[in-house]
Write a protein that binds this ligand. Structure first.
Ligand code: NAD
Length: 263
């Protein structure tokens, strides 16, 4: 028996990157996983999880569309009877200095990262409240709440705002047996980070990745499966007394106070 055996989970942005890692690890711990993603690749990812003998299904959905989120939530509940776990992971980043950030790029990040979480939560929460059980995991970041680099004003704004959402919702649904917690990753090697590396240095993105690793006390980026294990813990009853929390997973990247002090 896995720690999530019998649980039904929804993971957004599950076609690739952190969402794929979360879906794979939740499935490994016994959950049936509904993978929601706007990208067609979601079907391939779900098939590869099923091929390992786990329960999974793909749903192509844009988290910006409330009605679409509601109809896929309805489909999951019709098929599996309930939703126990919601991992709100889908997110996008577009780098630009503040004065160069046009409204379209700003709104893309606000809409996917914030309204998307809002919509998916709205679609799933009524079933959790009815069942008096739920585990909601929100993908924030160290970017925004703790640190930031140039070009990240829109992205950092969304990730910091998600902590306000996490705490307020956690307060509101504690009486319904539902926990709400945020994960704050540092750098995890995903297609998003590969995009950021290409934007930062189109001629040598690998140098950017090596530079990131060099600044992390553990000397490497995190893996999507390490994110998955933290999400699985927060999605399981092992974390039964944790709610409204923000948990940093960054290999120590936010620890250094200076670059020069030390023996
Ligand atoms: P990624 O770009 O590798 O994957 C994101 C996934 O979200 C993709 O499958 C994409 O198709 C999907 N998606 C995008 N827009 C969507 C929409 N409108 N509706 C449904 N799905 C949509 O990114 P990632 O690095 O895996 O990031 C996943 C989450 O982790 C994001 O919320 C991101 O902000 C967060 N995060 C990532 C890192 C990191 O270092 N990779 C660090 C901190 C936080």
């Amino acid at each position: 028996m896995g720690k999530l055996t019998g649980k039904v989970a929804v993971v957004t942005g599950a076609a690739m990157g952190n969402g794929e890692g979360i879906a794979r690890v939740l499935a490994k711990h016994g959950a049936y996983v509904a993978l929601w993603d706007v990208a067609e690749k979601v079907f391939e990812t779900a098939r590869s999880i099923e091929a390992q003998g786990y329960g999974a299904a793909a749903f192509q959905v844009d988290v910006r569309m409330l009605e679409d989120c509601q109809s896929v939530a309805k489909a999951v509940i019709a098929e599996k009877g309930k939703i126990d776990i919601l991992c709100n992971n889908a997110g996008v980043v577009r780098l630009a200095h503040f004065l160069d950030m046009n409204d379209e790029l700003r709104d893309l990040q606000f809409d996917v990262n914030l309204i998307g979480v809002w919509n998916c939560t709205k679609a799933v929460l009524p079933n959790m409240k009815k069942n008096k059980y739920g585990k909601i995991v929100i993908m924030s970041s160290v970017t925004g709440p703790m640190v930031a680099d140039e070009g990240e004003t829109a992205y950092a704004t969304t990730k910091a705002a998600l902590l306000g959402f996490t705490k307020s919702l956690a307060r509101e649904v504690a009486k319904d047996g539902i926990t709400v917690n945020a994960i704050c990753p540092g750098y995890i090697l995903t297609p998003m980070v590969e995009y950021t590396a290409r934007e930062s240095n189109p001629s040598d993105p690998d140098a950017v990745i090596r530079g990131i690793a060099a600044g992390i006390p553990m000397g490497r980026l995190g893996s999507i499966l390490e994110i998955g294990e933290l999400a699985a813990f927060l999605a399981s009853d092992e974390s039964s007394y944790i709610t409204g929390a923000q948990i940093v997973i960054d290999g120590g990247s936010t620890l250094p106070e200076t670059k020069s002090v030390g023996v």
